[in-house]
Design a protein around this ligand. Structure first.
Ligand SMILES: [Zn+2]
Length: 431
């Protein structure tokens, strides 16, 4: 249904000519970019060439987005496998190591080539749409260590759009409050739950986040953003909060504008919604896996499957941007679950159980309390343990080591965990 709201005259764009392209122009533009990257990647990336060879394809066979269906989806687990066989990059890299600016290491482990100059504009489009403006003092609270997101993508982008960055990283909530207050920071980048933790810490310190801090815009990602939490944060800080969607592998795949009615597709990616079984592209409105293709020559991922579910809408947006939008993320295609911004999977539950001989059956429960994810391990014992408290602490330590998350252990009577139940049970609701 086309919206009846008039197109806003005050929308600020990062690249207006791209963001307001007519649909046929956008298709032509993306097809041209696709042909270039496929030709380039076939020549320079061993993995992409291998993928195309096994499908019997030459670069000339991929001319348009429709032709992408000839290629199979590459999953995160495929990246891990490729890199195991052919370290460090599995032939995924499109430039020699000496031409990379940095090498990132993400959980998996996956080694990610960082291009010499960060060329992508998707996050810049996202941040400008979120209300970030030149001169904003932005506190970047995503983790800077090893992974590409905070440094490569967000820090570079803040510089690109003229913001001043405080590379705050995660944790140290009290210090974060001091930083926000002393520097009169106007913009926040991070997870919504961390922003809530900052608000609560500020209040504990006797401050009123809305009155004593200067935050005016927030850019959140890496976690679900329930509307109730957005409203709470916007009200507490007197700021506006917009979310984006992306992965550390491929970058931004969608961003909210002022209308917050879904997430616009950026202009330097191809985003498809596909049937995860067949790889066939689905129509707007049909739920499927979000699959991205990047034009990044250092790391040319073609048809990267995120494992996340959503659907597309092509309804016009009153902001004036003409790209389609993905709606919110509806879940994961497999059992991988995101807790406090980190992916956890059943294999990790097994790893933890294997470390403790007394564990019979185990199930991880993910719940949500006061807008925070909670992880509980329900454990059935197969033998008596001398000191229950010591045992529980040891298992909780293993959870922290393996999943990089705090989890609570709950001992349950034998027979509580039924045969065939999911190893990770996600009981969160997002109202
Ligand atoms: Zn819009």
């Amino acid at each position: 249904m086309p919206s009846s709201k008039p197109i806003s005259q005050t929308t600020v764009f990062y690249r207006k000519s791209l963001e307001t392209m007519a649909r046929p122009d956008r298709l032509q533009y993306l097809n041209r970019k696709l042909r270039t990257i496929v030709r380039y990647a076939h020549k320079h990336s061993v993995a992409v060439r291998g993928q195309m060879d096994s499908a019997g394809l030459r670069p000339g066979d991929v001319q348009t987005i429709d032709d992408l269906e000839k290629l199979r989806i590459t999953k995160k687990s495929d990246l891990v496998e490729l890199q195991k066989k052919n370290p460090p990059f599995g032939g995924l890299e499109g430039v020699p190591i000496r031409q990379m600016r940095r090498i990132y290491v993400s959980p998996g482990p996956i080694h990610e080539p960082g291009e010499s100059d960060y060329e992508e504009i998707a996050w810049a489009q996202a941040m400008v749409a979120a209300g970030f403006r030149p001169g904003d003092i932005a506190v970047n609270t995503f983790s800077y260590h090893m992974v590409p997101f905070a440094l490569h993508m967000i820090d570079n982008t803040l510089h690109k759009i003229g913001c001043v960055t405080v590379p705050a990283g995660v944790g140290n909530t009290e210090q974060q409050v001091h930083i926000l207050k002393t520097l009169k920071a106007t913009a926040f980048c991070g997870t919504p739950s961390f922003l809530l933790a900052i608000a609560e810490k500020a209040e504990e310190m006797g401050l009123d986040p809305g009155r004593d801090l200067s935050l005016r815009v927030g850019f959140v990602a890496a976690e679900m953003l329930p509307e109730s939490l957005r409203a709470k944060l916007e009200q507490k800080f007197g700021m506006t909060i917009r979310q984006s969607y992306g992965t550390a592998d491929i970058g931004c795949l969608g961003y909210e504008c002022s209308e917050r009615n879904g997430m616009h597709l950026p202009d330097d990616k191809i985003v498809e919604i596909v049937d995860p079984e067949t790889g066939k592209r689905l129509r707007p409105g049909q739920i499927g896996e979000i699959v991205g293709t990047t034009f990044n020559k250092a790391y040319p991922l073609i048809r990267f499957g995120t494992g996340d579910l959503s659907f597309l809408t092509e309804d016009p947006c009153p902001c004036g941007r003409t790209s389609p939008r993905i709606t919110k993320i509806l879940g994961r295609i497999d059992q991988v679950t995101k807790v406090r911004g980190l992916l956890i999977h059943p294999g990790q539950v097994d790893t933890i159980a294997a470390k403790h001989l007394a564990i019979g059956k185990v199930q991880a429960l993910v719940t949500r309390k006061e807008h925070k994810d909670e992880l509980t391990f329900r454990v059935e014992l197969k033998e008596k343990v001398p000191e229950l408290r010591v045992f529980v602490q040891a298992v909780e330590r293993s959870i922290r080591d393996v999943m990089k998350l705090r989890g609570e252990v709950q001992i349950v009577p034998g027979g509580t965990i039924l045969e065939g139940t999911k190893k990770i049970e996600d009981q969160r609701t997002w109202e």
